[in-house]
Design a protein around this ligand. Structure first.
Ligand code: AMP
Ligand code: MG
Length: 427
């Protein structure tokens, strides 16, 4: 038996005919490692990319001790138990060093961000102090050191400012800029080749013949992959023909990290798709205990042997909703791992009161599509989006969450609590 299949079957609880959805996800993640390639990009090009090496801060941030507020800068040691009276000797502006020194019994007016003049370690906010001629009267209750920001308080020179494995969101982009750094090293994008299989599939621009359906899976997959930052190689529709399929698998394995196919993996499908996958690599056919999306193939395609370029394979079912659900539940975390995200962020989930009863049998995880709301008390509610057939793509389009019905759970009554995953965190 080949090495991947061995790894898969050594795993405890491995049952290819009723694999627990959580277990399948763990098995996939356990086999993958981030893509090796990196590239240097300018800070704005780095948005949504994954950092490949720590960003080391070349400077302290803040670079100087400075004031956090508009107010009066003075020596903390001068603060008396009652009122403190100090003499105003000048003003310290942001971006301009204050020339003089502030001695005992003295103060300067200081602006937010201004470097603390020599002698100043405390700032009293403008609103609480009273000015009498050139004397500033500070009320009791002030603390030495207050309202100041210390050099290196946020980031220290020579230390990591952003760790490798982090996705660069606007906050990280801002930090990079705050360090005066122009370029960062990110992982190359994950390359994903995809094709649809099925003789019934028609493409946009072709008339819909008797019994045919337009291929929508390549479009949802393209959209989901693009949003994950992948480089997508769309190989079109491949007919249920062994030679055409073999050529497609060979091409894809030569240029991509991941191959995604849809259709052809369920019972009763033209057997040669499964045969081909097995011939060209090491592929396990899983019947995951889930709905929708029960049949799925996972493994590696290595047409010229393991020492030559190959690709991970996700053979997804053909039904449009099953494609989306299996993608979000299995392929998405896999792509995040390949992309180098570390840690892989957990999918946020919370509880909501289900407004309608739902059928559910214990022994499989179900991912229903739902619409969130709030009741009078502000608590979250959810209702399913009408017909939940795995061919009804509208049920995904109308939804703003998955309703996750756990493996062991039985039917849901109206008013029962269910777990929801907001799609905004996933799509
Ligand atoms: P299969 O898994 O190949 O048996 O397909 C299951 C169902 O999904 C069938 O009704 C197919 O017509 C439909 N289907 C398969 N591939 C696609 C596709 N690329 N776009 C839209 N529907 C599809
Ligand atoms: Mg088919």
């Amino acid at each position: 038996m080949s090495s991947i299949l061995q790894a898969l079957s050594r795993a405890d609880n491995y049952d290819p005919n009723a694999l627990h959805a959580d277990r399948a996800r763990e098995l996939v993640l356990g086999l993958l490692a981030p893509v090796a390639g990196t590239e240097k990009v300018f800070v704005r090009q780095a948005l949504d990319r994954v950092l490949a090496a720590d960003v080391i801060s070349p400077i302290d941030v803040p670079a100087h001790d400075n004031s956090a507020m508009d107010g009066w800068g003075l020596r903390g040691a001068d603060l008396a138990a009652g009122e403190t009276r100090v003499k105003n000797i000048g003003t310290a502006f942001a971006g301009r060093a204050y020339a003089g020194k502030v001695g005992a019994g003295e103060t300067v007016r200081i602006m937010t961000g201004a470097v603390l003049p020599e002698g100043v370690d405390t700032v009293v906010i403008q609103e609480v102090a009273r000015v009498e001629g050139d004397t500033v009267v500070v009320p009791p209750g002030q603390q030495a050191g207050q309202n100041t920001r210390r050099k290196g308080e946020d980031l220290q020179a020579g230390k990591p400012a952003i760790p490798a494995g982090r996705k660069l969101r606007p906050a990280e982009i801002g930090i990079v800029a705050s360090l005066g750094v122009a370029e960062v090293t990110v992982r190359r994008r994950v390359r994903v080749a995809l094709f649809s299989t099925g003789d019934e599939l028609c493409s946009i621009g072709e008339p819909l013949t008797e019994g045919a359906v337009y291929d929508s899976n390549r479009y949802t997959l393209w959209g989901m992959l693009t949003r994950l930052g992948c480089e997508v190689i769309d190989m079109g529709v491949v007919r249920d023909d062994p030679a055409a399929l073999e050529a497609a698998f060979r091409d894809a394995a030569g240029c991509a990290d991941v191959i995604i196919t849809s259709g052809g993996v369920s019972v009763g499908e033209a057997d040669f798709i499964k045969q081909l996958m097995t011939q060209l690599g090491e592929v396990a056919f899983w019947k995951i205990a889930m709905k929708p999306g029960r049949p799925m193939a996972f493994g590696r395609i290595e047409p010229n042997g393991p020492e030559h370029p190959g690709a991970w394979l996700f053979g997804l079912p053909g039904n449009p909703v099953a494609v989306m659900v299996t993608f979000y539940q299995f392929v998405r975390p896999a792509i995040l791992k390949l992309a180098g995200l570390d840690p892989i962020p957990a999918v946020p989930a919370f509880e909501a009161r289900c407004l309608e009863a739902m059928k559910k049998s214990p022994g499989r995880t179900e991912y229903q599509r739902g619409i969130l709301g709030r009741d009078e008390s502000g608590a979250w509610t959810v209702r399913p989006t009408g017909a939940q057939g795995s061919g009804v793509l509208r049920s995904m389009a109308d939804a703003d969450c998955f309703i996750v019905l756990e493996h062991e759970r039985g039917k849901v009554g109206a008013g029962d609590t269910v777990t929801v995953q907001p799609l905004a965190a996933i799509v």
